[in-house]
Design a protein. Structure first.
Lengths: 172, 333
């Protein structure tokens, strides 16, 4: 049986999209397979890793467990929408500079969850960062570089000096 | 890749409309709240409704109302994040806010709802697996088979109660409202569950859980929730202790302790409660500490941990008195 497709409209990274999809397809599937936005990764697909995190109306959710239908009429932000034209978001800058992104599979999810954190709390403590990112799993970095990158991005977004320490860049 | 099976999607705009759609489609239909439990189950093909009734458009199921003194009501579609951040609940029901805050991850709590958490499917290492995995050892009795793989000679399913809020809400005497084809009813949360891994709720076919009603706060009782799990995030409880004590001055006049994550429902630690009633319990008092430790030891026996979740069952059982004692100490203020 082929379920009839429905026509869904949502705004992704500021651009209005209309696409037809079957009701059982997840937002993750439609983003990657219909809109070619492959920056959002599919990991466990069961809500156990955070790799597919996107923002829906500004709130981080797991796109593997949201039906595309449920995102209709909403504002979706994926990692492709984080940069401002040619200018990377401070989170992207510092993830790259510090090696907080190694294999990179988890990075999109981490940065989107961190974006929401920094909007709600521009000066988070290490513990608040740890809590906010506790739904995202990284198997490469050991997390410390990720926490440091978020702290530096927060500093830059606050307009403060955000020069990474020598230790953060090169180790001890 | 794990894809959802095909289904017809319904999006009612009220609870009454949702109940009507469910009645029209019978057992082929299933309500979905946040989707964080149902959709993984559908991807694993352990639940396969062909009519999915999404409750996200039902505005009458969202929000926190009432007062601490009269009793606060929480709509079933209120997300766990909203519940955790609600100032009225933070002030009046810190134990519930804590229990909600330790569910899964912040991302899941943005999606998951209190109604969904109350009706979280029971879990088991032999059930929460892909279709192929389950097929390879022959299906278990909770889905498509007839053997319980954790206790093969057992005539029943031993899947585990795994909601964090349920043991606490049973202990504090909260209630829920349900509406269905036969009308509306309001029952204690404790009566919503029964001791069976498959038919773990008493919800009737087509019934929809609409609201959670919290008890009035009058300063005479305190409650606590303590959770045991491997990681401080993501994991379901392998022990979840809800404790509630009422006091007259320093004397405990009523007690209710529920052991979650250790059976198919939140098991009452009846003997523990009996040993505390009538006793003087003051924080920091050596005699009170002794009474609590002795009473908590009685939680060992009713804990029916089996090897179907994380950690060894024998260790989880040993941990029950430890976590019950911790939860009881929290209630001393």
């Amino acid at each position: 049986m082929t379920a009839p497709k429905v026509l869904g409209g949502f705004v992704v990274n500021g651009e209005r999209h209309q696409t037809a999809f079957q009701p059982h397809r997840t937002l993750l599937e439609v983003l990657r397979e219909d809109l070619d936005l492959t920056g959002t990764k599919h990991g466990c697909e069961l809500g156990e890793c955070g790799a597919c995190t996107v923002l829906v109306d500004g709130t981080p959710v797991l796109s593997c467990l949201v039906l595309a239908l449920e995102a209709q009429g909403k504002d979706v932000t994926t990692i492709e929408g984080l940069a401002d034209g040619p200018d990377l978001h401070p989170l992207q800058d510092f993830f790259a500079e510090l090696g907080a992104s190694q294999c990179g599979y988890c990075s999109a999810g981490f940065m989107l969850a961190a974006k929401k954190l920094l909007e709600d709390n521009p000066d988070p403590t290490r513990d608040e960062i740890r809590r906010a990112l506790s739904g995202n799993i990284c198997r490469c970095t050991g997390y410390i570089k990720i926490f440091e990158a978020v702290e530096l991005a927060a500093r830059r977004l606050r307009g403060e000096d955000a020069t990474p320490s020598r230790e953060a860049l090169h180790g001890q | 890749m794990l894809r959802l099976p095909r289904f017809t999607y319904h999006r009612p705009t009220s609870a009454a409309e949702a109940v009507k759609i469910a009645a029209d489609h019978g057992p082929a239909s299933q309500y979905v709240a946040g989707g964080t439990d149902l959709y993984p189950n559908m991807k694993r093909r352990v639940q396969t409704p062909t009519e999915v009734i999404a409750l996200s458009g039902c505005a009458d199921l969202v929000g926190v109302s009432g007062s601490a003194a009269e009793g606060i009501t929480v709509g079933a579609m209120t997300t766990l994040t909203s519940l955790e951040k609600d100032p009225a609940l933070q002030a009046a029901h810190p134990a519930l806010v804590h229990a909600a805050s330790v569910i899964s991850t912040p991302l899941l709590r943005n999606m998951g709802t209190i109604g969904g958490n109350l009706l979280l499917d029971t879990r088991c290492n032999y059930y929460d697996q892909s279709h192929e995995w389950r097929e390879s050892i022959s299906f278990c009795m909770k889905c498509s088979g007839d053997t319980c793989w954790v206790a093969p000679s057992s005539p029943r399913c031993w899947a585990v109660q795994s909601s964090d809020t349920v043991p606490l809400l049973c202990a504090v005497g909260a209630e829920v409202s349900l509406i269905g084809p036969e009308g509306e009813r309001r029952i204690p949360v404790a009566d919503l569950y029964q001791d069976d891994g498959i038919a773990f709720t008493t919800k009737k076919p087509g019934e929809l859980l609409t609201h959670l009603h919290l008890p009035a706060v009058d300063g005479t009782w305190r409650a606590s929730y303590r959770k045991l799990r491997r990681r401080d995030t993501f994991d379901f409880p392998v022990l979840g202790i809800g404790a509630w004590l009422r006091f007259d001055g320093d004397v405990c006049t009523a007690a209710e302790i529920r052991i979650g994550g250790a059976g198919s429902y939140a098991i009452p630690a009846t003997k523990t409660a009996e040993l505390l009633i009538g006793e003087k319990l003051v924080a920091g008092d050596a005699a009170a500490e002794e009474r609590i430790t002795a009473a908590a030891q009685e939680a060992f026996k009713p804990t029916r941990a089996m090897d179907n979740t994380d950690h060894f069952a024998s260790w989880r059982k040993k941990m029950a008195p430890v976590f019950v004692a911790r939860a009881l100490r929290d209630c001393l203020g």
